[in-house]
Design a protein around this ligand. Structure first.
Ligand code: ADP
Ligand code: MG
Length: 255
């Protein structure tokens, strides 16, 4: 059965989408069958995987509102063994439209249950808030992967995120586990990056991935070409690091 990993952190700009795109692509490169679900109205995972977010009949929005089936919401990307449930700005209104719907915390999970066996990994890119979409990601997920940007305010908001994960685990999804923390945008030239890593290691009782994603300009450029990093610049430091992360994720035997 596929492992469902939600990439969550309510802070914006910490590398959630970059990780969703490139972890998905590197898992697919490692011959895994992967479904990426874009749960952010910004649709950056969608466009970053080369899918035009304005030319879509069905997206995760139609799926969440029961206007299409999960199979109808699926798009094949140009990348071998990588599929996508895309998103666009329509999703921004979903929060309100879901008000009053029964079991609204479980809409995504109930849909994903139908296709979970068809994939090795399902990667969900969460929006930058702890809203009902993120709750849906957390009820669907087996594990939560938290990207942490190596900057001064890295720890801010982290306790709130962990509290939310605990609440969802207690009340909505008892199987939910922490996948682990991934440090992103690490800059080897500054002491600050190193301090952030040490600080989180000392203060957070959770798995921390050995792979640290460096700050790499090629990672920032790739989305404008609609390509994941392993196809945009296969030999870049960014590509190498996301390949290593994919291997570590595959190798996790304890979850
Ligand atoms: P989030 O989804 O958490 O808001 P993004 O993945 O969109 O964060 O990243 C925020 C910005 O930082 C984007 O412009 C992205 O291209 C850039 N970025 C992310 N990770 C890296 C990295 N390792 N090196 C350089 N730029 C990065
Ligand atoms: Mg994002």
């Amino acid at each position: 059965m596929g492992r469902v990993i939600a990439i969550a952190n309510q802070k914006g700009g910490v590398g959630k989408t970059t990780t969703a795109i490139n972890l998905s692509a590197c898992l697919a490169e490692a011959k895994k069958k992967v479904l990426a679900i874009d749960l952010d109205p910004q649709g950056n995972t969608t466009s970053g995987l080369g899918v035009d977010k304005n030319e879509l009949e069905n997206t995760v929005y139609e799926l969440m509102l029961g206007e299409c089936t999960i199979k109808e919401s699926l798009t094949k990307t140009e990348i071998e063994s990588l599929y996508l449930i895309p998103s666009n700005v329509n999703l921004a209104g979903a929060e309100i439209e879901l008000l009053g719907i029964n079991d609204k915390e479980y809409i995504l999970r109930n849909a994903v249950d139908y296709i979970k066996d068809d994939y090795d990994f399902i990667i969900i890119d969460c929006p930058p808030s702890l809203n009902m979409l993120t709750v849906n990601a957390m009820t669907t997920a087996d594990t939560i992967l938290v990207p942490i940007q190596c900057e001064y305010y890295a720890l801010e908001g982290l306790s709130q995120l962990i509290h939310t994960i605990d609440l969802v685990q207690q009340r909505l999804n008892p199987h939910l586990r922490m996948e682990g923390v991934v440090f992103t945008m690490y800059d080897a030239r500054t002491n600050l990056s190193l301090q952030v890593v040490e600080n989180v290691k000392n203060n957070l009782n959770t798995t921390i991935y050995k792979t640290i994603i460096p700050r790499n300009i090629r990672l920032a450029e790739a989305p404008s070409h609609g390509l994941p990093i392993n196809l945009y610049d296969s030999k870049s430091a960014g590509a190498e690091s996301y390949r290593l992360l994919a291997q570590e994720v595959i190798g996790r035997k304890d979850i």
